[in-house]
Design a protein around this ligand. Sequence first.
Ligand SMILES: Nc1ncnc2c1ncn2[C@@H]1O[C@H](COP(=O)(O)OP(=O)(O)OP(=O)(O)O)[C@@H](O)[C@H]1O
Length: 265
Amino acid sequence: MTDVRTADPAPAAPPALVLDDVSVVRGGRTVWSQGTLTVPTGAVVGVIGPNGAGKTTLFQLALGLLPPATGRIEVLGRTPSRGDRRIGYVPQNYTAALGETVRARDLVMLGLTGGRFGLRRASAEERARVDGALARVGASGYADRRMSELSGGQQQRVAIAQAIVDDAELLLLDEPLANLDLRNQHEVVTLLGELTRSRQVTIMVVVHDLNPLLPVLTDAVYLLDGHPHHDPIDAVVTEDLLTHLYGTPVRVVRTAQGDLFTRGG
Ligand SMILES: Nc1ncnc2c1ncn2[C@@H]1O[C@H](COP(=O)(O)OP(=O)(O)OP(=O)(O)O)[C@@H](O)[C@H]1O
């Protein structure tokens, strides 16, 4: 007799990030409030807003480094907690603060061993995972070089390798294109696109200039008038919204390669 039973469908993955009426206070001042949004799994999200609007603060909430003043947050279905290995984080200016001696592969190993680094030898399996992460970001060729000897684009690749080496489901990248020339910006953006295609990972990227990321972005979180909002990228790249957001006239130009926006009257 044929067994007609079918397996239960796999439970749907929880959203990458849920904010429910969240506000955040720092130094006695409300940074932003009334944050209610859901970032779906698998999205590539630009996080935008003027200086000081609270973009990095949003990441710090998601990482459990800062509690919300009000409301509820869930990251990948759970209340944020420090050291959540499902999240890979590359802080702003991360590679600039590394000092002279750290080698690329040692930095990536830190993503696996964290604070235990230096107290024991890495296992063969850990070394293989580091090699795999370096290969995925195209950094195998300079794995044994010191970080201080690498270009900004190479450093950013290695930092991303560290963030993905433990199979993170959510990548939080704070200004990964800062100080990169156009070619290196393009290479990092291409890498982000490849990462999302190769496995189900959600990427949130703080950026000041959305333009280089437009080819890969699906969504944006934007901090406007003291509140975070979330929309598909097409709804955000409009002259009215960007002009309001940046406080200066912005023109959106539609090209065959995609949208491009420029400052201007
Ligand atoms: N450790 C802190 N203590 C008190 N206030 C802070 C702290 N860190 C940041 N702030 C304040 O919180 C607000 C939001 O800062 P945040 O760094 O999140 O902004 P941002 O949007 O990432 O800015 P930028 O684009 O300049 O990097 C700012 O007004 C900032 O001065």
